[in-house]
Structure formats: C-alpha cells, structure tokens
Design a protein around this ligand. Structure first.
Ligand SMILES: Cc1ncc(C[n+]2csc(CCOP(=O)(O)OP(=O)(O)O)c2C)c(N)n1
Ligand SMILES: [Mg+2]
Length: 365
C-alpha cells in the first residue's frame, strides 16, 4: 500500500494545520504523561500505590501523538503500558472539563491507589478499567485479547454509519498472538475503521522483538492483510501525530483498518518488580541507545527550530532523562504538578469499599 509513501511525499503534513496552542498543549501533555509516571514511582515509595507499576517512561510520544489525532467520540483500547491514555484521551477538550471523553485524573489516581472512587472500586490497581460513556474499551490482561473486541466495536460503528474510528494499543510482543491476526484479518475483510498501534519498545518482558517477528518491521505484518502498515519514530510526537492523522482519515473515509508501528524503547523493567532483573537480560549499550532520544527533548528541539517557542521558554523545564529519584517538581510545568496534586489529594481522601461489596459485579442478584 502506498499510503506511507504518499505521506512522505506530501509537503503539507497534518502538523502544519496545528495552532501554536496545539503545539504547546502537546508539549505539556508529554510532561504530564512523564510526571504521572515519576509521581507514581514516588507514591509507591510512600506506600500509597499498591501492586505493580508498568512504566510508560520514554514512550509518551506514542500516546500523546496518537491520541491528539482523535476526535472525542473515537474509541480507544489501551493495555497495561498505556495507563496515561485513560486520562490523556480527549484532554484537549479541557483538563478539568467533566464532559470530555476521557477518565478524570481523580478517578485514575483512585484506581492506582485502590480506592472506592476508582472505576474498578479498588478491585485492581492498574489498567483493568474501561468506560462505554467515555469510549474506552475495557482493558484486560490477555495480550491481544481486546483487538477482536475492538473489531466488534468498529463493526458496530460502521453498521450505524458513523465516522468514528477505533484505536487499539498493543506491544510488539502481542503481535505474535493468534487473536492479533484473526482480528485484523476480520477487520481487513470487512473494511472496519480500526487502527492498531504497535508500541514497539523492543522487549516483551524478557523476550527481544527478534524472537517474535521475522520481518524487518513489525508493521510489515500488514502486508498479509493488504492494509497500510506504517512505521513512525515513536520518540517524535509530531511524526507519530502526522502518521496517525493520515491513518485516522483513511479509516474515517471508509477505507478500512491499518497498522501504525511506533518504534520506541522500554525505559525500565517490564514492571517495577522486573527493574533489577531487566539489567541482566538487556545489554547496557542497548538500554543507553534506546533511551538516548527522550521524547521531551525531541519535541523541545522541534519547537525551538520552528520558532514556536523561544529557547529560554523551552528550557524552563528540564525533566529529560531524569529518573524519579533525579527529578523534582521544578523540572515540570506548574499546571502539570497541580493537576497531579488534584488527583492525589482526591484519592487520599477517598475511602476503601465496604467488605460487602466483594460480590458486586460478580453475581447477579
Ligand atoms: C496471552 C498472554 N500471554 C502472556 C501474558 C503475560 N505477559 C503480560 S505482559 C507480557 C509482555 C508483553 O510485551 P509487549 O506486548 O511487547 O508489551 P510491553 O509490555 O512491552 O508494552 C507478557 C508476556 C499475558 N498477559 N497474556
Ligand atoms: Mg514490548
């Protein structure tokens, strides 16, 4: 399919239609996603976050760039690595806008703290949530297991005649699963408006991408379905945005599904329980090169080069490449700090569910 070629040949990229406010909002959202991660690591040390933390550090441009290309009514299907996606969705409609089609920061911090005001009412501390109202397909642990569900949602939207698209997020490891192929095959045959974003962070727990994929790019899997398969620089939020926007338009016009592979790198272990082990199965040169292009730095450089932001303003906040123990609140915009504080304060004051709730949603009365 020539859609990727068409994009590179186009002089006017989707980013060129963004306003200055959009550019600055995107930069701020990258900081927000990064600060969420760093703040959670700190909250875990304080004992407020129970359970495993799956960091999305260094992968923020994938989430921000793809989500910024969507309309409020579009559906997303996030997985364990995409916790920020739940509150980044439709964030441009206003961070504190109750009408926006995304989950509030208060609810998300309650979710990770295991509090009663969480969408999961403290049954879980991570991504096993969803919202029909906010157009978020419920996340499950079964890798690739929600792609068939997303295809079903896309079929339903198509039958209704809407121009809504459905976006599924997946690690490169899950692309070796049978249900990945079955669901995309079905979507291709039925020309469903479904975009499968592959966050290729090179590792699936301790398994390298070369152990699960025999083609140079994971996006090459699209060839077997005769659908577009495009590769984006996952460290560059604007490259992700451009390519995603084009695939979204392609789907909205009724042309069918596509795959967008975003090449990135998992900064830490699979989860925080794996941080120390990951140093043993990943060579340090590999880690250093995978983390050498921080999405915050890549975005900042672009904004300065394009005269969207002056150098002094661009350099006000320098969280680049800093771990949770190295970063402080001064490294982030105040608005970002305050937004997280709002969520954390709410969650601290939220209670635990009554024991009687244990059977709720399990047995039908
Ligand atoms: C069907 C299935 N097999 C195995 C697992 C255990 N598991 C959870 S995450 C994971 C690695 C996933 O790697 P990848 O898809 O690349 O996503 P990443 O964690 O790198 O974002 C594994 C093996 C699972 N949850 N579901
Ligand atoms: Mg992976």
């Amino acid at each position: 399919m020539s859609i990727g070629k068409k994009l590179t040949e186009t002089k006017k990229l989707p980013r060129h239609s963004l306003t200055r406010e959009d550019y600055l909002e995107i930069f701020k959202q990258l900081f927000l996603a990064r600060y969420f991660d760093i703040r959670l690591i700190k909250e875990k040390k304080r004992g407020r976050l129970r359970g495993t933390l799956y960091s999305s550090h260094n992968q923020e441009a994938v989430l921000v760039g793809t989500l910024y290309a969507l309309n409020p009514e579009d559906w997303i299907s996030p997985i364990h690595r995409d916790m920020p996606a739940f509150f980044l969705k439709d964030l441009k409609s206003g961070w504190n806008n109750p009408e926006r089609k995304g989950i509030s920061i208060e609810q998300i911090i309650c979710q990770v703290f295991g509090k009663v005001d969480a969408p999961g009412r403290a049954r879980d501390n991570w991504s096993h949530i969803g919202s029909r109202e906010k157009k978020i397909i419920h996340s499950t642990s079964m890798l690739a297991g929600t792609i068939p569900v997303a295809a079903g949602v896309a079929l339903s939207e198509k039958m209704r005649g809407s121009d809504t698209v459905v976006v599924t997020y997946n690690g490169e490891g899950s692309t070796a699963r049978g249900d990945f192929h079955e669901a995309i095959n079905y979507a291709a045959v039925k020309k469903l408006p479904m975009i499968t974003v592959i966050e290729n962070n090179m590792w699936a727990y301790g398994t390298h991408v070369s152990e699960v994929c025999n083609t140079p790019d994971v996006a090459d899997r699209a060839k077997g379905f005769d659908i577009p398969g495009i590769v984006a620089d996952g460290q560059d939020v604007f490259d992700v945005y451009d390519k995603m926007s084009q695939l979204v338009e392609y789907a909205r016009q009724g042309n069918g599904p596509s795959i967008l592979e975003c090449k990135t790198y998992r900064a830490y272990g699979h989860g925080d329980h794996d941080d120390n082990r990951a140093d043993k199965y990943r060579p340090s040169e590999d880690v250093n090169s995978g983390r050498s292009r921080d999405p915050l730095a890549v975005c900042r450089e672009y904004l300065v080069n394009e005269n969207i932001l002056g150098k002094d303003d661009a350099n006000l906040y320098m969280a680049d490449n800093k771990s949770a123990s190295q970063a402080s609140d001064e490294d982030f915009p105040e608005e970002v700090i305050n937004y997280l504080k709002q969520g954390v304060d709410f969650a601290i004051n939220s209670g635990l569910p009554e024991a009687e709730e244990g059977g709720m949603w399990v047995f039908k009365e």
